[in-house]
Ligand binder design. Structure first.
Ligand SMILES: Cc1cc2nc3c(=O)[nH]c(=O)nc-3n(C[C@H](O)[C@H](O)[C@H](O)COP(=O)(O)OP(=O)(O)OC[C@H]3O[C@@H](n4cnc5c(N)ncnc54)[C@H](O)[C@@H]3O)c2cc1C
Length: 341
């Protein structure tokens, strides 16, 4: 169902008599009339329907897109995403895997410069509210790079740790400590001799405990699996996703869902189960809980999944933050020579 092309009415119309009321609210949102950021998506939806399947669908859309539950996501962020952001209007996966996207970008960067992989930053140097350089660990040796510009996608928390909290304004540190809401995700990679689903792309589930969506990778990219095997990745979101939870219990509930959804699940081979949480989550901050890209230190910027535009999510949102920051930097600095950025 293409939610960008009237799919919502097709979907909701079959489930609840209140579909038109909900769709009206989507139309309102499109013209800028949005609930305030405090009401959750679940509470907002309760105002229009108590239909359990509709609630399950909204929960699983929140989970699939934002890695959180409907009770945790502001309705304002949900509606912003579906009315003015990506909203799965175009969705794809790279045939070479996610690394393929970055390798293409890397090729472009190398035309003008260099990339050092496996080179962790150990310190960001600052003085008098300005960034002065970075020390990195390269081939086991510390190398200091003097620069008045540092753009970090390690997340605000890691960036503060690298520069030292005393270097930042107190209000920024308070926001890093209090406002970030890392969103968790459970990733289950599954190989199967028998097909589990035939649709290519990603399927979002209805009534489940924790399972929210599953991608049929080998339907689009058969080269990812040996002959006669199918490769899937299933995603589950714990309850709560923005707070502490019992990883083992949540994984067990996700597996229970998979067994319930697929009668032939027991013949599959589970390749891996990873719980992405805390400092290595699905999103460093859930939509609606983003920090500014400015850090309060001149020349030091954050980009990535904790500093997104309101209501945006995923890698598209991260790329957008990079563009916004690059544009701001270029606007403030005259180009050194034509053709070089
Ligand atoms: C399981 C899972 C599934 C997802 N599925 C999707 C999806 O289908 N679609 C979608 O759009 N988004 C998806 N996301 C979200 C998306 O992957 C992230 O939001 C995005 O990758 C974040 O990009 P980023 O650049 O902010 O951070 P990252 O991609 O995490 O990059 C930050 C980098 O900084 C590095 N780093 C940290 N500390 C240092 C240091 N001191 N020195 C040097 N480097 C350092 C890290 O190693 C890392 O490589 C998914 C996320 C997860 C976990």
């Amino acid at each position: 169902i293409d939610v960008g092309r009237g799919g919502w009415s097709l979907l909701l119309g079959q489930l609840t008599k209140q579909a038109s009321r909900i769709l009206e609210k989507f139309a309102d949102a499109r013209s800028g009339n949005l609930p305030d950021g405090r009401q959750s998506t679940e509470d907002w939806l309760k105002g229009y329907t108590s239909n359990a399947t509709v609630h399950a669908l909204f929960r699983n859309l929140c989970a699939a897109i934002f890695a959180c539950n409907a009770a945790e996501l502001p309705a304002r962020a949900f509606l912003t995403y579906f009315t003015s952001k990506g909203a799965f209007k175009k969705f794809g996966f790279c045939p070479q895997g996610t690394i393929g996207v970055w390798n293409s970008l890397g090729t472009a960067i190398k035309r003008n410069g260099d990339i050092w992989l496996g080179t962790p930053a150990t310190t960001i140097h600052t003085a008098n509210g300005k960034v002065e350089g970075v020390t990195v660990l390269r081939n086991g040796e510390k190398v200091r790079i003097d620069t008045d510009l540092v753009v970090s996608n390690a997340g605000p928390k890691a960036t503060v740790a690298l520069a030292g909290s005393e270097a930042f304004p107190a209000d920024y540190i308070a926001r890093v400590n209090n406002d970030l809401r890392p969103a968790a995700n459970i990733v289950i990679n599954v190989a199967s001799r028998e097909p589990l689903i035939n649709h290519p792309g990603i399927v979002t589930f209805g009534k489940t405990r924790r399972l929210c969506n599953m991608a049929n990778l080998s339907a689009t990219c058969p080269e990812l699996a040996p002959p006669d095997w199918h490769l899937y990745v299933a995603y589950a979101v714990p309850v709560p996703a923005l707070g502490d939870f019992d990883s083992d219990a949540e994984v067990a509930l996700a597996l229970e869902d998979l067994r319930e959804q697929f009668a032939n699940f027991d013949q599959t081979k589970i390749l891996s189960i990873r719980v992405m949480r805390d400092d290595w989550p699905a999103q460093r901050s859930c939509a609606g809980y983003d920090l500014p890209r400015e850090t309060g230190i001149e020349g030091l910027w954050c980009v990535g999944d904790a500093v997104k535009q309101y209501g945006n999510g995923g890698t598209q949102a991260c790329a957008e933050t990079a563009k916004i920051v690059s544009d701001a930097i270029l606007a403030a600095r005259p180009r050194r020579s034509a053709g070089r950025v």
